[in-house]
Design a protein around this ligand. Structure first.
Ligand SMILES: Cc1cc2nc3c(=O)[nH]c(=O)nc-3n(C[C@H](O)[C@H](O)[C@H](O)COP(=O)(O)OP(=O)(O)OC[C@H]3O[C@@H](n4cnc5c(N)ncnc54)[C@H](O)[C@@H]3O)c2cc1C
Length: 420
């Protein structure tokens, strides 16, 4: 089936695609959203499963600094659609914001599903059509969009299109990165996908694997590659994940890529100085077992003690000073990243050089990109979704500018042919 339409095609129904659809339909232009999965926004819904952290309070400068190697084409959209605008936009959908103690912004309902429902309803009321089970497979020789659908293949000729196809993790939710193949075939510059905000592998002993998999470690300070964060993390059977591990994941991943191994440094008692820890241990009765001294003198128990015994050099545990040093700087050797499909996000994707200032593909005039499929990266904490919303808005605005310019080009051509 072949369709020629005046409606703009948005491909992908995550936050980036829906925001692009909102901007374009808000200008009175028809929009068709094409989505490979049987329902919309599955990864967005998963992000909201234990609280949708959609943005983060902070000055514009602090906020922008949370993006790794940011490009102006990311910073400018975020400066125009940052935390304040996210809060106002949610309120417009009847979803007031809740700001957590560390500045994280959530919808008050915490979940993503009421927000997504309200958003889809508003888009529907503007005449936006959602075509589910429509997988984009590439362009044909004249630039039409090709889809595989339950009714067979379909080609669509649209005046403009926005690609918002996501990264390459959690493929069961639709973000499988297979779009990279037709993009590469079209000669569009792509950076390889890499796991980001991901867990890491550790060769734990059976004791840690069997007794402490799933245990949260807190309070704790984590350091790697000159960066440091005070956030909890979780020990898994295969390694470490969550919280502070995600925050330091880019530094750890870079160290792994450079050296084949990386070290995550833990401060197991971030509220006590090394000298104080040594003093308390030295004052404890030598008749007590090591484990009892740690418990009584320092209230150090459970997973923290297990990590200390697992990762400290054996000789360090013989003296109060050695033990204090190990508690304040405990090296956890990482052997690799957890599988990319389990990562919260991926970096890589469409290179900035492939896009113009309006996020339009230089090699494909009229085709715009938004969201995680572009090669930018951020830590968790709401920065990812805000980046997706902001670039979705910028791509939508790019489409409007492109269609306006296109109309002017055509009316100019009509005028000159009428004159001749
Ligand atoms: C467990 C988890 C928790 C997270 N928590 C947070 C959080 O708290 N805060 C935060 O900021 N971020 C969080 N994220 C990350 C966030 O969900 C993503 O960064 C965001 O959803 C990316 O938005 P997007 O619109 O670019 O792409 P996606 O949301 O991935 O959407 C892309 C859409 O495109 C569709 N698609 C892909 N290929 C095709 C094709 N060929 N044809 C048609 N459709 C296609 C997909 O099915 C998908 O629906 C979390 C992620 C996970 C997995």
């Amino acid at each position: 089936m072949s369709v020629t339409t005046e409606r703009v095609a948005v491909i992908g129904s995550g936050p980036a695609g829906l925001m692009a659809a909102e901007v374009i339909s808000g200008a009175g232009i028809g929009v068709d959203i094409y989505e490979a999965m049987p329902s919309a926004g599955r990864k967005f819904l998963m992000a909201g499963k234990s609280g949708l952290n959609i943005s983060h309070i902070g000055s514009e400068r602090d906020f922008g600094a949370r993006y790794r190697d940011p490009d102006a084409r990311l910073c400018d959209p975020i400066a125009r659609f940052g935390p304040d605008q996210v809060i106002a936009w949610m309120a417009g959908l009847g979803m007031p914001a809740h700001v957590g103690p560390t500045g994280r912004i959530f919808p008050r309902s915490m979940k993503a599903s009421p927000l997504l429902r309200a958003w889809l309803a508003r888009l529907g009321s503007r005449g936006v059509h959602l075509h589910l089970k429509h997988r984009w497979t590439g362009w044909d020789e004249v630039g039409r969009l090709l889809f595989s659908t339950p009714d067979g293949s379909k080609s669509v000729e649209a005046p403009a299109s926005v690609f918002a196809l996501g990264g390459a993790s959690w493929r069961r939710l639709g973000s499988d990165g297979t779009w990279a193949e037709p993009f590469a075939e079209a000669g569009i510059g792509l950076a390889p996908f890499r796991a980001s905000n991901c867990g890491f592998r550790v060769d734990w002993s059976d004791r840690i694997r069997q007794e402490f998999a799933g245990a949260p470690v807190k309070p704790v300070r984590l350091s790697a590659g000159g960066q440091s964060t005070r956030e909890e993390f979780v020990v898994t059977a295969a390694g470490v994940e969550s919280g502070g591990v995600y925050t330091l994941s880019a530094a750890l991943r870079d160290e792994l890529e450079a050296k084949g191994a990386a070290t995550l440094w833990l401060d197991l008692l971030p509220d006590l100085s090394e000298a104080e820890i040594a003093r308390r241990l030295a004052a404890a009765s030598p008749k007590q077992s090591r484990t009892n001294r740690l418990r009584k003198a320092l209230k150090l128990t459970g997973v923290k003690v297990a990590l200390l015994y697992e990762c400290a050099p054996e000789a360090a545990l013989d003296t109060p000073e050695g033990m204090a040093g190990a508690i304040k700087a405990l090296p956890v050797r990482l052997t690799g990243t957890a599988p990319m499909d389990q990562a919260i996000s991926t970096d890589g994707g469409v290179r900035w050089e492939a896009l113009d200032a309006h996020l339009m593909l230089k090699k494909r005039p009229g085709c715009f990109c938004a969201g995680e499929m572009i090669d930018w990266d951020a830590r968790t904490g709401g920065y990812l979704i805000t980046g997706c919303l902001a670039t979705g808005k910028a791509a939508g605005e790019g489409v409007l500018a492109w269609l306006g310019a296109d109309r002017e080009r055509k009316s100019g051509a009509d005028e000159s042919s009428a004159k001749s």
